[in-house]
Design a protein around this ligand. Structure first.
Ligand code: PMP
Length: 362
């Protein structure tokens, strides 16, 4: 039996063991072709089928209505920060950004390089420990789109539900919580996510876009940065990140086998409840960063009551085989990333370890 680490990495992150095993079995011979997907032409029938099937898996899992296109692009979510305003932020319009952490701040910084923007709502004042209430949001008539970050990976805060923006297109960075729970995808005009947390390896970025929004990109845009290029070419304009798409295909099938998004959500709730309970029952020894209603089911951020205790905790956790618990370098503290593929057993082991450490540490 392979020894698997208790992997709480923030991304690239844990993948389902069964996916890795299938990929290992198919590494030298994918479905009788005598080659791995890595060695295959992206213009071959086999790869075209993989491309189409993976798009369809997204449609099925999300219950996507007609009129959306699923694209597999490169350049990470960071490239989407620029591509979105390049394609949609036209002269005379402005783009609204909801800021509830680092990634939303980065997204608006890129958009500012392209055109007019405004902060529609922010939780900066309160240290990004919650998400803004968007219930009564008033947006200017000329708002090109409203951008939100559904889950802030560094602060560990997540939107419990999504706003209705009427005729203003809603755009979401779902890099760190895509396919972790059911939601109404038809509320969104564009959803994007780097794959390396919930979907597969790094190297592919999924973009789900309403075709009516992206039919025609501005003329001056370079070919690769236009959504219409990728839409018209069914996401095969140039060489795609084929191996990443293949692993993602296996991950999506794994999600289906776990009961789809409802099944995955249930698993994620059970897993994360264990760790949040260890925090809440600790008499202030562990201190959760996020306000309870906005606690992320993907990134659990916490501190210990002192810096010294925190250092000792991280050292002991590492010694005990827990990987990736150090908080992001920009904020410090601790973070357990509990993406879809992190097993229940790993979360149970961490919760137990936290409890044991608290009892022993004095
Ligand atoms: N958005 C969010 C919410 C993220 O967590 C990350 C990466 N951690 C990014 C964007 C940037 O993604 P990439 O590294 O794929 O550009």
């Amino acid at each position: 039996m392979t020894k698997r680490a208790y992997n709480f990495n923030a991304g690239p992150a844990a993948l389902p063991l069964s996916v890795l095993q299938t990929a290992a079995e198919q590494m030298t011979d994918f479905e009788g072709t005598g080659m791995s997907v890595m060695e295959m032409s992206h213009r071959s029938k086999n790869y075209e089928r993989l491309n189409t099937e993976t798009q369809q898996l997204f449609r099925d899992l999300l219950g996507l209505p007609d009129g959306y296109k699923v694209l597999f692009l490169q350049g990470g979510a960071s490239t989407q920060f620029a591509m979105i305003p390049m394609n949609f932020l036209r002269p005379g319009t402005t783009a609204g950004y909801v800021i509830n952490g680092t990634w939303g701040s980065k997204a608006i910084s890129e958009a500012k390089l392209i055109g007019d923007t405004f902060v529609a709502a922010s939780t900066k004042e309160t240290g990004f420990s919650s998400v803004p209430d968007l219930g009564s949001l008033q947006l200017p008539e000329n708002t090109a789109y409203l951008h939100i970050t559904s889950n802030e990976t560094i602060g560990g805060v997540q939107f419990p539900s999504f706003p209705d923006t009427g005729h203003v297109p809603l755009v979401a960075d779902m890099s760190s919580d895509i396919l972790s729970r059911p939601f109404d995808a038809s509320k969104f005009s564009l959803i994007y996510a780097g794959a390396q947390k919930n979907l597969g390896p790094s190297g592919v970025t999924v973009v789900i876009v309403k075709e009516s929004m992206a039919e025609q990109s501005p003329e001056h845009l370079p070919t690769m940065l236009r959504y219409d290029t990728h839409i018209q070419n069914d996401s095969l304009y140039n060489t795609p990140p084929s191996f990443s798409v293949y692993i993602m295909n296996l991950v999506l099938k794994w999600i289906q086998s776990e009961g789809g998004l409802a099944g995955i959500e249930q698993r994620n709730l059970e897993k994360t409840n264990l760790i949040y309970k260890a925090i809440d029952d600790s008499d202030g020894f562990y201190r959760g960063h996020a306000e309870k209603p906005f606690r992320s089911r993907m990134n659990i951020t916490f501190r210990l009551y002192s810096e010294e205790a925190e250092k000792a905790f991280l050292a002991a956790a590492s010694e005990a085989g827990f990987v990736g618990l150090k908080g992001h370098r920009s904020v410090g503290g601790c973070r357990a990333s509990t993406y879809n593929a992190v097993p229940y057993e790993a979360c149970a082991a961490l919760a137990q370890f936290m409890e044991d450490f608290r009892r022993k540490y004095k």
